[in-house]
Design a protein around this ligand. Structure first.
Ligand SMILES: [Mg+2]
Length: 350
C-alpha cells in the first residue's frame, strides 16, 4: 500500500497551483540498499546495491524568477531556451513547475536516471539478466515463447554480422545441438549487455529473465520516493495522466513499477507504457507518435522528463514541454543545454 509521508506541508503557490512538498528537513524514506540473490546453475551469487539517497525536497521558500518557455506544437518548432543568436541558454532550475498552469495534460517519464537510479539498472538488472541468460535458455529452449525470442535474436545477430559488429558470433542453425546454439546466443547476449545496446530483441529476452527474478522475489523495483509521491498526487487530482517511455521493454517497465521495494505496485498511477516500438528515444518522430496516441490537442500539453540531453532535444523538437532530471550518478549535461531542470519531482505541482 502506498503511504504518503507523515510529515508534509501543503501550500497554494502564487500561480494558484496546489503544491505538496515533504518538509525541507525530511529524511529520505527509501531504503538505500537493495539486495538480491540470483542463482545460476546452482551457484549462488549475491549482489548488493548501495544507492545514493533519493533527492529530497526542493528549497522551499526560494523561488527563481520563472522564465516562460514558449513554443508551439509543430515539428521543428522554435527551440525553447535558445537565445536569438541560436546559442542555448540554460533555464533556471524549476522550484514550482505547475502542470495545470501550463495546460499540461500528460506527463511522460523516462526511467533510468529519471524515476529510478541508474545503478539499479546497471548494477542489478543487467547483471541479473547476464548471469541468468544461459539457465533461462536451457530451461525454456523448447517453448514457443523462447523459440520466438531466439528467432528475434537471430535476426539481430545476422544484421550485426552483416554490419561487421566485432562482438557478433555466428549462431548455428536450429537443427544444431541445443548446447551449441545456446553457447552462441549467450556470447552474443553478453556482448550486447556489456555494450549497453538498446536492441529490441535483447530487451525482450531480458524482460523474460527479469520476470522470473521479480516473480521469485529476487529483484524488486527501485523508484525514487519523490516520484512515487508525485505519481499519486497527480493521479489524485484527475487532471494529469502519467506514462512511461523507456528503451526497456514494456514488460520490464511493468515489472519495475509493479514491484517496487518501497512503494509496492505503482502501476495504478500509470496510464500506459511506451517502448522503442514507437521509435528511438532520440528521434522526434517517436514523440510525434506518442502525441498521436495520447490524443491531446497539442504536443505542448505533454511534459517529457528525462536525464538525457539528446532525448530532451528530440521531444522538444516534436513540440513537447521538457524538463531534465538531475539525479546522483547521472551523466553530466552539455554546457548551455538550454533546458529547465529539476532534482526532485516534488518541484512539479499540479
Ligand atoms: Mg534515462
Amino acid at each position: 500500500m502506498f503511504l504518503l509521508p507523515l510529515v508534509a506541508s501543503t501550500s497554494i503557490s502564487r500561480s494558484g497551483c496546489f503544491s505538496f512538498f515533504p518538509d525541507a528537513d525530511g529524511i529520505p524514506r527509501s531504503r538505500n540498499s537493495t539486495s538480491l540473490s540470483s542463482s545460476s546453475r546452482g551457484r549462488q551469487r549475491r549482489l548488493e546495491l548501495r544507492l545514493q539517497p533519493s533527492s529530497t525536497s526542493p528549497p522551499v521558500g526560494h523561488r527563481h524568477g520563472q522564465q516562460q518557455h514558449q513554443h508551439h506544437g509543430s515539428m521543428g518548432a522554435a527551440r525553447a531556451g535558445n537565445g536569438s543568436d541560436g546559442i542555448a541558454t540554460n533555464l533556471p532550475e524549476a522550484d514550482d513547475y505547475c502542470l495545470t498552469a501550463r495546460d499540461i495534460r500528460c506527463v511522460v517519464l523516462d526511467i533510468e536516471g529519471t524515476t529510478t537510479p541508474i545503478p539499479f539498472v546497471a548494477d542489478v538488472l543487467f547483471p541479473y539478466a547476464r548471469s541468468n541468460v544461459r539457465a533461462y535458455l536451457v530451461d525454456t529452449y523448447r517453448t514457443r515463447q523462447t523459440m520466438d525470442d531466439i528467432a528475434f535474436l537471430r535476426a539481430q545477430i545476422d544484421k550485426d554480422l552483416a554490419d561487421g559488429v566485432p562482438s557478433a558470433v555466428l549462431v548455428p542453425p536450429p537443427s544444431a545441438p541445443k548446447e551449441e546454439v545456446i553457447d552462441a546466443l549467450v556470447a552474443n547476449v553478453e556482448a550486447m549487455i556489456d555494450a549497453d545496446r538498446k536492441l529490441p530483441a535483447l530487451k525482450q529476452l531480458q524482460g523474460r529473465i527479469w520476470r522470473l527474478g521479480f516473480d521469485g522475489g529476487e529483484i524488486q523495483g527501485v523508484v525514487y520516493d519523490d516520484v512515487a509521491e508525485a505519481l499519486a498526487r497527480w493521479h489524485g487530482t484527475g487532471a494529469v495522466r502519467s506514462y512511461i517511455y523507456s528503451s526497456g521493454s514494456r514488460e520490464a517497465q511493468r515489472l519495475i513499477f509493479g514491484n517496487t521495494e518501497a512503494h509496492g505496485d505503482l502501476r495504478r498511477y500509470l496510464s500506459a507504457f511506451f517502448d522503442t516500438s514507437v521509435g528511438g528515444k532520440r528521434e522526434p518522430r517517436s514523440y510525434y507518435e506518442i502525441w498521436q496516441t495520447l490524443g491531446v490537442d497539442s504536443p505542448s500539453q505533454i511534459l517529457f522528463l528525462t536525464d538525457v540531453y539528446q532525448e530532451a532535444t528530440a521531444a522538444r523538437d516534436a513540440g513537447f514541454e521538457v524538463l531534465i532530471s538531475i539525479r546522483p550518478g547521472n551523466a553530466p549535461l552539455p554546457d548551455d543545454h538550454g533546458f529547465q531542470t529539476i532534482t526532485s519531482f516534488a518541484q512539479i505541482s499540479v
